[in-house]
Every structure is written in structure tokens, then in C-alpha cells.
Write a protein that binds this ligand. Structure first.
Ligand SMILES: *Cc1c(COP(=O)(O)O)cnc(C)c1O
Length: 354
């Protein structure tokens, strides 16, 4: 990292900590006292500041609202046994943020602004990082186009912000998911690999349809023939087939998840064979039927490892194994959490201790 940047700091008069109930933390609704922002103008990032969390004044004509030039990230900070705070694999989120930016014709953000902004914000709101088991501070970096101009063109000005929100344990039963064969999330040549707003907007309607049919989540398939499994839309998918970890390879239509990458590295180090390749719907359904597919889970920052209990495909439901019997995914989830919370050796150097 380079020189220490000049970040203007304006603190709140009164913290909201004492009026925040840490036993009631719906995901993404409770924000810490402060936020970090920076502005891109005349070809450079400026106005680095930490200020009270709150509304940002803006023109109703900003291009982010009309044409969707907006990207985001999601990462977490964890309280360590010695009271220090560790941010997990922030370098990966930084890299992916700039990949998303490049695809959306947005300026990249310099590493020192991303990292120093993150460290400064978390330090100021240090008391907001929960200490209870399975809690964490979720960090949401976001960048959006701010030109007040209705023409369709890449904006000249942008705002970058870091928001932080404490989150509780993500207790979730095994998911009932539907393999989607009508709608698509992403297509070749599109923006599926970018964490950009429109990818989520287009998924809402199909998701609501699936909810009405009694499903918790969708499994997206390729946009050409709906023949191959892609991902879950906010999480990547990993299967255990014949004792091997099998996961759809990342491509232009599949987001390159940090959790997925982390699990691949942990499994490989544990001597579990990993296959990153195209995974067909047929293989998954047949695997459930003949018993060779023993585990299936979604992997993402928010939920870590979420078991899949049942898969719906073309109107038929297929039940998977009892999640409590799944040795490989439960073992990896435990190991991953132990590293994040500083309870196991961080062999890979993933923890950034602030
Ligand atoms: C964020 C996200 C994931 C999971 O990525 P992580 O880096 O593991 O949190 C997977 N798919 C999509 C579409 C996502 O937006």
C-alpha cells in the first residue's frame, strides 16, 4: 500500500449503538454510524471522506437511475478472539469491483482508496463489529454514475461509497430450489460476471414466480438451451458427486465468487478432488436419482455454505440427502468459519488484521 491518504472525517454527535438491538439484525437494514464516500470528477477521485451515514443528495436525472451504471461488492469483517478485527480476502473483492467497473465503462478505483477507506471506516465504527458467535460486519462497497444527463453514454462523474452493516447468524434450513428453464440471469457477451445492478433487477420477477411455487431460490441455467447449471444468483453452486467437489466453471455468465474460490482452495488442501467444469442439469438429476450426488450447497459471503435440500425440475421434485450427514460440506464450512474468526491457522493469508 502507498502513502496514507487524506481522508476528511466528520463524526456523528451521538452514536446509535446504544439504541441498536444486536439480537435483532435483519440482513442489510441496520447501518453503522458512518459511511465512506469519494467522488470521481475531471478524471480523478477526490473528496475522500467519512461522514455520518445518511441520505446523499442527488439529481433525479443521474444516469445510474435511468441506465443502470451501478456496481457493488460484499465482504465481511470478523471479530477475532483477541478483540482485533479481521477483514476476509478484501483484495479479491477489490479486484472484482474493478473488473465490474471496467465492463460497465466506469472508472476503476485505486487500491489505496478502497483499502484505506475500508480500514478507516471500520476503525471509526469499531464498536459496531459484533463479538457474538457467527456475527460479522458486512461491508457494501458501491459505485454509481452521477452525471445529471439523460443521454445514453458513460457518465463522466461517479460516487463511490462504503456502507457497513452488522449481521447476525444466517440460520437457514436446507433450501428448496428450482432449476429455472424459462428465464435467464445472464448470457454470453453480457454482464453476468459483473456485480452490476441490472443482473439482480432482472432476476426479481423469475424469483417471485418461483417463490409462489414454494421455492426458496433459483438455479440459473445457460441461456442457450437451459442445459447447464450456472449459479444461484447471489451464490455459486457446488456439488459433491462420487466424493469429488464439482462446480460449474466461472465464465462470462457466472460470477467468480470469493467463497467458491476459498472453498476450492480449502478442499484441495484437504486432499479432496475438485472439478471446475460445465455441469449439466441431467448429470445433477441423475446423480440424485442414482445416489452418486451426495451433497449440494450454495456458497456466498452472506450465507457461507447453505445446503440444498430439494431440487425442482420441470414440475418434479427431487429430495437430496439429510444435510446433517454431509461430511464434506459441513467440514469445509466449519474450517472456513474457523479461519474467518481466527480460531484456526490462516495458512493462506486471507485475514487482513486491522
Ligand atoms: C456476490 C455473488 C456471488 C457470491 O460471491 P462471493 O464473493 O462468494 O460473495 C455469487 N453469485 C452472484 C451473482 C453474486 O452476486
Amino acid at each position: 500500500m502507498t502513502d496514507t491518504l487524506d481522508i476528511k472525517i466528520e463524526k456523528v454527535d451521538n452514536t446509535r449503538l446504544s439504541v441498536t438491538d444486536f439480537s435483532q439484525l435483519p440482513f442489510g437494514k441496520v447501518f453503522t454510524d458512518h459511511m465512506f464516500t469519494a467522488d470521481f470528477e475531471n478524471g480523478e477521485w477526490k473528496n475522500l471522506q467519512i461522514l455520518p451515514y445518511g441520505p446523499i443528495p442527488m439529481s433525479p436525472a443521474i444516469s445510474a437511475l435511468h441506465y443502470g451504471q451501478a456496481i457493488f461488492e460484499g465482504l465481511k469483517a470478523y471479530r477475532q478472539p483477541d478483540g482485533k478485527i479481521s477483514v476476509f480476502r478484501a483484495d479479491k473483492n477489490f479486484e472484482r469491483f474493478n473488473k465490474s467497473a471496467a465492463r460497465m465503462s466506469m472508472p476503476t478505483i485505486p487500491e489505496e482508496i478502497f483499502m484505506q477507506g475500508l480500514a478507516a471506516l471500520i476503525s471509526i465504527d469499531e464498536k459496531w463489529v459484533p463479538s457474538q458467535d457467527d456475527y460479522a460486519l458486512y461491508v457494501r462497497p458501491v459505485m454509481f454514475a452521477t452525471d445529471p444527463y439523460l443521454g445514453v453514454k458513460a457518465s463522466d462523474t461517479y460516487k463511490f461509497a462504503l456502507l457497513t452493516t452488522p449481521t447476525g447468524p444466517y440460520y437457514s434450513n436446507a433450501l428448496k430450489v428450482k432449476i429455472e428453464t424459462e428465464f435467464t440471469r445472464a448470457d454470453e457477451g453480457g454482464v453476468g460476471f459483473a456485480k452490476t445492478a441490472g443482473n439482480y433487477a432482472r432476476s426479481l420477477y423469475p424469483f417471485e414466480q418461483a417463490k409462489k411455487e414454494g421455492f426458496d431460490q433459483l438455479i440459473w441455467t445457460d441461456s442457450v438451451n437451459h442445459e447447464f447449471i450456472e449459479e444461484a444468483g447471489t451464490a455459486n453452486l457446488i456439488f459433491v458427486i462420487n466424493g469429488k467437489l464439482v462446480t460449474p466453471s466461472v465464465r462470462s455468465t457466472v460470477l467468480d465468487g470469493v467463497t467458491r474460490d476459498t472453498i476450492i482452495k480449502l478442499a484441495t488442501a484437504d486432499g479432496i478432488e475438485v472439478e471446475e467444469r460445465r455441469v449439466s442439469v441431467k448429470e445433477v438429476i441423475e446423480g440424485i436419482e442414482n445416489g452418486s450426488l451426495t451433497e449440494a450447497f450454495a456458497a456466498g459471503t452472506a450465507a457461507t455454505v447453505t445446503h440444498i435440500g430439494e431440487i425442482g425440475y420441470l414440475g418434479k421434485n427431487y429430495k437430496l440427502t439429510d444435510p446433517s450427514t454431509r461430511k464434506i460440506s459441513n467440514g469445509i464450512a466449519k474450517k472456513l468459519n474457523n479461519i474467518r474468526y481466527g480460531l484456526a491457522t490462516d495458512e493462506f493469508g486471507w485475514n487482513w488484521i486491522l
